[in-house]
Write a protein that binds this ligand. Sequence first.
Ligand code: PMP
Length: 428
Amino acid sequence: PYSGPKLAEVLDKRKKFLNPAMFLYYKQPLNIVEGKMQYLFDESGRRYLDAFAGIVTVSAGHCHPEIVEAVRRQNELLQHTTTIYLNHQIADYAEALAAKMPGNLKVCYFVNSGSEANDMAMTMARLYTGNYDIIALRNAYHGMSPATMGLTAHHTWKYNTAQGFGVHHALNPDPYKGAFGNDGARYAEDVQDLIQTATSGRVAGFFAETIQGVGGAVPLADGYLPAVYKHIRDAGGLCIADEVQTGFGRTGTHYWGFQNQGVTPDIVTMAKGIGNGLPLAAVVTTPEVAQVLTSRIHFNTYGGNPVVSAAGQAVLRVLDQEKRQEHCKAVGDYLLTEFRKLQEKHDVIGDVRGRGLMLGVELVTDRKTKAPATPETLQVFEKMKDLGVLLGKGGLRGNVFRIKPPMCFTKDDAEFLVKCLDISLSEL
Ligand code: PMP
């Protein structure tokens, strides 16, 4: 049993010594002391089913034994020198990750967070094209560094400081609430209009998550990426896919989210699930685009160090061995079917969406106006925790449940989650 510091003490220290901007989930916060695959344990030993995976970060499972062992072995051998010396781990890892990529996306640069990866993608796109303007989507989340804060399109994540210069936000191709429904080509026309009205007509690049994560598990309208990629490339820009949440088989039908729309980007950014919880992120691009960084020296102290590279390789191996992509499809399809049954029963469910284990359930007070049921979402969210299930919450108005568990989440777990959700919704 756990004998470390208890909730009140941890909370007190956090209030005293950590920046108050760090927010906590739940009225009575959780003191999580242990994780095992799809389960988390609090200080009293109570088990929770984790359907949010530390914000979609734990891909293979909490403390997956094979990944823990790979990290332990490398920790004992060599932890760090930076890339000024050779070490096989980063090279082996880059080779293994490149093997997972389509087309000519073969060159990796490892960094430590999703924000850094998107910063680098933005720099590469500007250098490669010689253009400055960037198109991103409303309701996007791409990071919190000063540059990526400008790409992010949620007022809650934007400080009133200089950010976003050169970034233009296009209409969100949201099939549920967007202006043109599920007609991807129409939204792409809006991007063309934006390029012609808000920029010189030449752009550096286009960023999109392939299913918006923080924005509330919002998929892109059908046919959007092929149409928008064409407009961007016609305007001289590069197409960047942010796979920070959607990569590594989570969407079930494909290894990468962008493949669901049948496109190949010029740059792909990855983080979160790539390291199963360790600070690892990557920018993968073509040899031609990668070359632009050589106009200066580029350096990142921790990026791809031997320990995280060993972890990254173990993640790729484990997800393949355990056939997690197929598993995400099977469990995700089951969840979608069950959520749709709940939708028939509970009027408050406005939309059920997503792919694989990247799912969203949006609560509304009125199915016609789609007015957000924000307090109701919060009430159900708390009740789910009381029943032992941890969900994510998101969307611009905080009225979407985000169901994105570790990929080892089973059908039995899914059944339990659905039962608990039914009970919680019935109490509204
Ligand atoms: N892109 C997406 C799609 C994300 O969800 C996030 C994090 N929520 C980021 C980028 C930024 O990642 P990080 O917090 O590691 O900087």
